[in-house]
Design a protein around this ligand. Structure first.
Ligand code: SAH
Length: 216
């Protein structure tokens, strides 16, 4: 798997683009600058890998737009050693950005083929600190709860109760919320008394969060 000077040059431009769009955290910019995004797409799509756009990755799914990945990561305010639950592994790109920031990542994917492919791929490129699970993200992974941070990378029609239960007090939960074409990015914080506090961060477009696991 090749990561050439050309790829690195394209990546640098992508970092400039998302910086211009408002991403400030230099650790996130460095992560985007480090991760060979072209390896997450089929090799014939090199030209698209470093555009600030989402892209189909098979099984009807997409790799999120780099700006969106960076934006959700910024909202999570990742600290070294944070335990993070991601719902919607997809290509694994977002999980790698979180891992680059020092998070211990637990990520769930409902499509079996995609789960198998991404799990193997992440090991190949050396991200052993990311644990991949096949299952229904609505249920989370109670065995490793509570999480410092939780992230959904698909459009959620409602806030999944089983996930807020798995968020630690003082933690953040970032969700593109809504069932129409466009969702509102929201961040939920959990207070000492267990109550939830919500903030809104603008409009985004995601593929839908679906119920249950799929076999293919
Ligand atoms: N984070 C990904 C982008 C994910 S696209 C990346 O960086 O590439 C959304 C993903 O969520 C898809 O792969 C889809 O199959 C998955 N998904 C949808 N509903 C889900 C559910 N209930 N549980 C787990 N994954 C789900």
């Amino acid at each position: 798997m090749v990561d050439s000077f050309r790829h690195k040059g394209m990546r640098k431009k992508l970092v400039d683009t998302i910086k211009r769009k408002g991403i400030m955290d230099h650790r996130i910019l460095e992560a985007v600058g480090n991760i060979p995004r072209h390896l997450f797409l089929d090799s014939s799509f090199l030209e698209f890998a470093y555009e600030d756009k989402p892209f189909p990755i098979g099984s009807g799914q997409t790799i999120s737009q780099p700006y969106t990945v960076a934006f959700q990561t910024e909202l999570l305010d990742i600290k070294q050693g944070d335990k993070v639950l991601e719902i919607g592994t997809g290509s694994g790109y977002q999980a790698c950005v979180l891992a680059e920031l020092g998070a211990k990542v637990f990520t769930v994917e409902r499509q079996k083929k995609l789960f198998q492919k991404t799990k193997a791929f992440l090991l190949t490129i050396g991200y052993r600190q990311i644990k991949c699970f096949y299952g229904d993200g609505y249920k989370g992974i109670p065995a490793f709860a509570p999480y410092d941070k939780i992230l959904i990378t698909a459009a959620a029609p409602e806030i999944p109760k089983l996930l807020t239960d798995q968020l630690r007090v003082g933690g953040y939960f970032v969700i593109p919320l809504g069932s129409s074409d466009v969702q509102t990015m929201i961040r939920i914080g959990k207070k000492e008394d267990g109550s939830l506090h919500q903030e809104k961060f603008g409009a985004f477009r995601f593929v839908p969060l679906l119920k249950n696991k799929a076999e293919d």
